[in-house]
Write a protein that binds this ligand. Structure first.
Ligand SMILES: [Fe+2]
Ligand SMILES: [Fe+2]
Length: 341
């Protein structure tokens, strides 16, 4: 049994029947298989489909912390892995459609990554949060991001055993910082939890899953997919490099947004840490990690760039979701932010 979290509330037919199976059975029911097949046939927008993204996140979570009351044997249940594979195909083909063709040039991969980032035209959420974000909007933003940051580092870490040599050494150097360099209190997931608590949010792992919209799960599912498939190791590294390369400046803005609301450095430490660390990680990730990988295996360049563009596209989906809801005067969450007791 997992010790950490409860199964989330269902968001549609598939997640309803999947969670029921996980809690009460040892393999999938025919009802769940039928519902998964129906989802695969239906013309949905997979990346923003609440039922699909939550179901995929539940499948992946069995590889992370698991759930209370779900038998650990489920992790490698062949039927569940097959169902997950079907959801992954829907997710990947939508992602490919969103990202479009990925041109590869003869330039060093770090330059191509820089160019992909420069080309990105997604809205700047950090600008909005630094200048305008209210306390309520900050709580919503952190709730959405908590699905990732409370497991910060973990999805990419799955790629480490697939690497060797310089690429591996570079990735371990980055991930060691994500995990606090040996100090549990300095783990980025822990710094984020402290930030949540300072804004009166429940920082328990998984506690706010029911509040988070599909965009939050689509983002982490993309990373989990890349991290858990050896075939996608290039995309995992391109994704990580892009996260690092697009973190330092925005982190400075997020920090400024919190200070504008009266918070001090004990609260902004999560962002301040990223201003410093990611200015360094950016180089290690793009030049050393992705550079070494592509030097060793030039065919992976396209996957590295696909991972990079996927990271940018996911940020765009989340930013548009948040800004669109706020512009319309609505909450971007499924429920109003639940404040910690
Ligand atoms: Fe980090
Ligand atoms: Fe980093």
């Amino acid at each position: 049994m997992g010790a950490d979290m409860h199964l989330p509330s269902a968001r549609g037919p598939l997640s309803e029947s999947l969670t029921a199976d996980l809690a009460t059975r040892s393999t999938l029911s025919s009802r769940t298989l039928e519902r998964a097949a129906r989802l695969a046939d239906a013309p949905t927008a997979p990346l923003t489909d609440e039922d699909l993204q939550l179901s995929l996140a539940i499948c992946y979570e069995l590889h992370y912390r698991g759930f209370d009351a779900v038998d650990e044997e489920w992790e490698w249940n062949p039927e569940l892995i097959r169902l997950r594979g079907g959801l992954e195909r829907l997710h990947l083909s939508a992602l490919r459609g969103l990202v479009g063709p990925v041109p590869v040039t003869d330039e060093p991969i770090d330059r191509q990554l820089t160019a992909a980032i420069a080309e990105d035209d997604g809205p700047s959420l950090s600008r909005y949060m630094s200048r305008h974000g209210t306390l309520e909007q900050w709580r919503e933003y952190l709730t959405l991001r908590s699905v990732y940051h409370l497991k910060e580092g973990d999805p990419h870490t799955f790629a480490i055993p697939r690497l060797s040599g310089r690429a591996k050494a570079a990735m371990v150097e980055i991930q060691a910082d994500e995990y606090g360099g040996g100090s549990a209190a300095r783990m980025h997931s822990e710094l984020f939890a402290g930030l949540m608590r300072d804004l009166d949010l429940d920082s328990t792992y998984g506690a706010l899953w029911d509040d988070a919209p599909a965009a939050a799960f689509a983002n982490v599912n993309t990373m989990s997919l890349f991290g858990l498939h050896r075939r996608w190791r290039g995309a995992a590294l391109g994704h990580l490099a892009t996260v690092e390369m697009t973190s330092s400046e925005p982190s400075r803005r997020y920090s400024a947004g919190l200070r504008r609301l009266g918070f001090d450095e004990s609260t902004t430490v999560f962002y301040d840490e990223h201003v410093e660390a990611d200015a360094v990680h950016e180089q290690i990730a793009s030049v050393d990690m992705c550079g070494a990988l592509v030097t060793e295996d030039p065919e992976l360049a396209a996957d590295v760039l696909f991972g990079a563009r996927s990271a940018l596209a996911m940020d765009g989906i989340a930013a548009r979701h948040l800004l669109g809801a706020w512009e319309a005067g609505r909450s971007a969450l499924r429920r109003e932010p639940s404040l910690a007791a």
